[in-house]
Design a protein around this ligand. Sequence first.
Ligand SMILES: CC(=O)SCCNC(=O)CCNC(=O)[C@H](O)C(C)(C)COP(=O)(O)OP(=O)(O)OC[C@H]1O[C@@H](n2cnc3c(N)ncnc32)[C@H](O)[C@@H]1OP(=O)(O)O
Ligand SMILES: O=C([O-])CC(=O)C(=O)O
Length: 342
Amino acid sequence: MRIFKTPGPIKYINCLLTAAMYFPGLEGVVVKETKICHIDLENSKIYYRGYDLEELAQYSTFEEVAYLLWFGKLPAGAELERFKAELMMYRKPPEHVDEAVKIAPKNAEPIDVLRTAVSAMALGEDLSDRSPEAELVRGLKITAAMPYIVASFDRLRRGSQPLHPGEAKSHAEYFLWALRGERPGEREVRALDVMLIIYAEHSMNNSAFTAVTVASTLSDMYAAITAAIASLKGPLHGGANVDAAKMLEEIGDAKRVESWVDQQLSRGRRIPGFGHRLYKKGPDPRLRVLRKLARDLASEKGDFKWVELAERLEEYVTAHLSQKGIYPNTDLYAAVIFKYLG
Ligand SMILES: CC(=O)SCCNC(=O)CCNC(=O)[C@H](O)C(C)(C)COP(=O)(O)OP(=O)(O)OC[C@H]1O[C@@H](n2cnc3c(N)ncnc32)[C@H](O)[C@@H]1OP(=O)(O)O
Ligand SMILES: O=C([O-])CC(=O)C(=O)O
């Protein structure tokens, strides 16, 4: 409005350009350059630091991938063991964070407890050193403590006490062990490990964008990750895997897929685990790994209910909505895998 009152020629052009440059959902707007992740839409491939994600999911571990994403190279020799030892050192968060988890109401959402706990991790720490090295240590502390925080809250709400399984050999094993109170089987640990690799990075998604926005004000890592978790919680982003799991339970049987989907669509509702800002011409590339992982877990358990339900959903929803560019995303099969992992 002000510009129209005094429309100097340059200001006026700027005003028109700005007005013309609104891209809903930031479609096509480049906000940052990154070497961390490359999504090749044409060939349906994802690369972490130049490595094919499908190969990482087959041959590496979450710890190796975390190291790769953070330091730009896979760990060599003793580096991996050192990195794992560092993670183990920070598994248990400071006492006041433990207390915050303990006093959280039992009906709280686990993601809200996690967001609050990560925010609380900033309290009492000297945050004056904002160098990349200091922030990386904070990132390591947050990553290391997340399994304990989430598992502790789940145990407390089920009436048990938190557990710190110090003998666990990996991030995935630590989480399942801390959650269940007993050592998990190797195949289950590997399934969660693959899920963690698959979810570790996806370029400038909503939560990463949020974290980068907060970090760009020179705020600290705890603040950036707290904000990222708040973004991730939304049912259009990470919260979709919770909704997809609820959907599997609600449908209950592959034979009910058609009627359930028809009803949801006729009410104008979205189907969780479908649709993606990037993948408009075919399914999410990560599904090639996850469909197989879900099938393997189903055979292992001798229970095909959840995987067959997801496969039927994939077939039916794709047949109905692919003309709109709607295909299954990672969260559909993540929900299946999480159901098999209990
Ligand atoms: C790890 C992750 O975060 S992956 C994403 C997880 N999120 C989900 O699974 C939630 C369900 N999906 C969605 O809400 C969306 O597909 C999003 C948010 C992921 C992507 O949205 P966008 O690409 O912006 O698509 P947009 O919102 O513009 O929808 C385009 C059309 O498809 C429809 N649509 C999009 N997703 C779905 C869905 N899951 N079910 C049914 N219809 C859908 C929309 O209603 C819209 O229809 P219209 O043109 O007739 O109005
Ligand atoms: O990229 C996105 O918008 C969401 C997603 O699939 C992810 O974060 O893994």
